[in-house]
Unconditional design. Structure first.
Lengths: 220, 298
């Protein structure tokens, strides 16, 4: 599903974000990318959804080499990935369902299908009763669940989560991780970047450890 | 495809409404900028209208010798009418000249009481064609007319002609320079205002980028929004200018260029309105497009 071969990302002589990263994530896996702040986790995810280009190396996502695709193909790549961020990145002036519906409009989903999909996903994340509410009125955990629902609008093959629990207290963090595991159980490949080793441990899934841009360890 | 295209103006209008005070301040800023340009244009148009009106009123007087015979008069009139510079000829008898003078002295007719005989000569009042009203052309005409038999004197306010021609040239030049500076300044102000409005939506643009929106999808509503803001700003300016002019013009008792009764174009003539609205829309579109492009580096 995601393959990286000898990937380097260097910003300057003193700043090597990723050094010779090789990894292979299979379809249907749930993998945690763990490590301290500055280890390169977010950089690795950004390369996958082509927010940046690697300095060298190849990255394949669902069989497509994302390093070599043209700029105009990037939006289409991102539609096959669902991305969740630490700061949720929800539109503050739109309701919960409008935030989800945005994705449907972007891909040109017919309105009845979009409505059905929004309702289905809000039910999945347990927020059907909050569809008409503006995100900033929700708790952090609820906002992240909305973000996860939005990431699933296109039924992506891969869900990328960059520190999804970074702004949440432990109880809410555990809720969000449980949700991601449920999504994985339904068939979506999930890759979670986190600095919280305890969360990764408790999830009990394959975990790749990054330190100073290098993969230093892997469980199991 | 049709649904996708329909969505663009719908999104633009929704964004404009959502932008609230930010969008309104953009429209007002554009409007104020156009008011400044519009006031300047009005002043220029007004001065042009005054010059045109003066030119329409302008007359050259050919004063005749007292002894001129009827036949000489007819020949002289014929020769004057045949001149290409002359638009029309009106003969003023000595009696009419005195009557006119008496009218001009309204309230002070007693000054004429000790006159005795009528000292005023008969004259031909000539209206001169537009292209012949320059100092050089009038000098040539005057020189020609003064050599004709029966002509005593020629008068046409030589000094004023030169002054007004000089003033008109300066007005045109200043108009060009100041107009260019104002237009450039306004364009920069408008562009910056729109850029600030777009920057305020940087988070929205980023989110759309990350969920898979194409550049065109992101840019299109902003472009239409910019067009709407620019056009609305220009219309606001036209409304303010027209309203202000209606208040001021009667007091100044000037020819109204707004109604385009002279040969110069009026502010509210359809082509001017279209030009300002189109200009506003274009500046709005350009400002939006440049501002959004800043965020679309993928």
């Amino acid at each position: 599903m995601i393959q990286m071969y000898h990937v380097y990302k260097t910003y300057s002589k003193d700043l090597e974000a990723l050094v010779d990263v090789n990894l292979h994530i299979r379809k249907g896996e749930c993998v945690f990318l763990a490590g301290p702040s500055g280890a390169g986790k977010s950089t690795l995810l950004r390369l996958i959804f082509r927010d940046e280009l690697p300095t060298s190396g190849q990255i394949l996502v669902n069989g497509r080499n994302v390093v070599r695709i043209k700029s105009r193909a990037i939006p289409h790549l991102r539609r096959t990935l669902g991305i969740v961020f630490q700061d949720f990145k929800l539109l503050r002036d739109r309701t919960v369902e409008q935030n989800l519906a945005l994705v449907a409009r972007i891909v040109g989903m017919p309105t009845p299908d979009a409505r059905r999909r929004v309702a289905q996903l809000l039910k999945l994340v347990g927020l059907s009763h909050k569809a008409k509410i503006i995100p900033y009125k929700l708790s952090g955990g609820e906002q992240q669940r909305v973000a996860i629902a939005r990431a699933l609008m296109n039924d992506p093959a891969v869900l990328l989560a960059d520190e999804p629990t970074g702004n949440l207290d432990p109880e809410l963090a555990a809720d969000v991780i449980r949700l991601l595991l449920d999504i994985n159980a339904a068939g979506t490949t999930v890759l979670v970047a986190t600095h919280d080793l305890k969360l990764a441990e408790e999830a009990g899934r394959r975990t790749i450890f990054l330190k100073k841009g290098r993969i230093v360890e892997e469980w199991p | 495809m049709v649904a996708k295209l329909r969505r663009i103006p719908a999104d633009a209008i929704m964004n404009l409404v959502r932008s609230g005070w930010g969008g309104l301040s953009s429209i007002i800023t554009i409007g104020v900028s156009f008011v400044i340009i519009g006031i300047f244009l009005l002043v220029i148009l007004q001065m042009n209208a005054l010059v045109a009106e003066w030119k329409e009123q302008f007359q050259l007087s050919v004063f005749l010798e007292d002894k001129i015979s009827h036949t000489q008069l007819e020949i002289l009139e014929e020769r004057i009418r045949n001149e290409s510079a002359v638009k029309s000829v009106t003969f003023i008898t000595r009696e009419q000249a005195l009557a006119n003078f008496r009218r001009e002295l309204k309230g002070q007719e007693s000054l004429l009481e000790g006159l005795g005989s009528n000292p005023l000569p008969a004259s031909f009042q000539l209206k001169i064609r537009e292209g012949y009203q320059s100092p050089a052309a009038l000098d040539r005409l005057s020189a020609f007319l003064s050599r004709l038999e029966g002509v005593e004197d020629i008068q046409y306010g030589q000094e004023w002609i030169e002054r007004i021609s000089h003033a008109a040239r300066i007005v045109k030049l200043l108009g060009l320079i100041i107009g260019s500076v104002l237009t450039l300044g306004s364009a920069l102000i408008i562009s910056n205002t729109i850029r600030l409005a777009v920057y305020a939506r940087a988070a929205e643009i980023e989110i759309m980028r990350l969920v898979g929106a194409t550049k065109a999808y992101i840019r299109a509503p902003f472009l239409v929004e910019g067009v709407l803001q620019g056009a609305l700003g220009a219309l606001l300016a036209l409304g303010l200018l027209f309203g202000a002019y209606r208040l001021v013009a009667p007091a100044l008792d000037l020819a109204s260029p707004l109604l385009a009764t002279t040969s110069d174009r009026g502010l509210l003539e359809l082509s001017m309105v279209a030009a300002m609205v189109t200009g506003g829309a274009a500046i709005g579109a350009l400002g939006s497009s440049l501002a959004v492009s800043r965020f679309l580096k993928m």
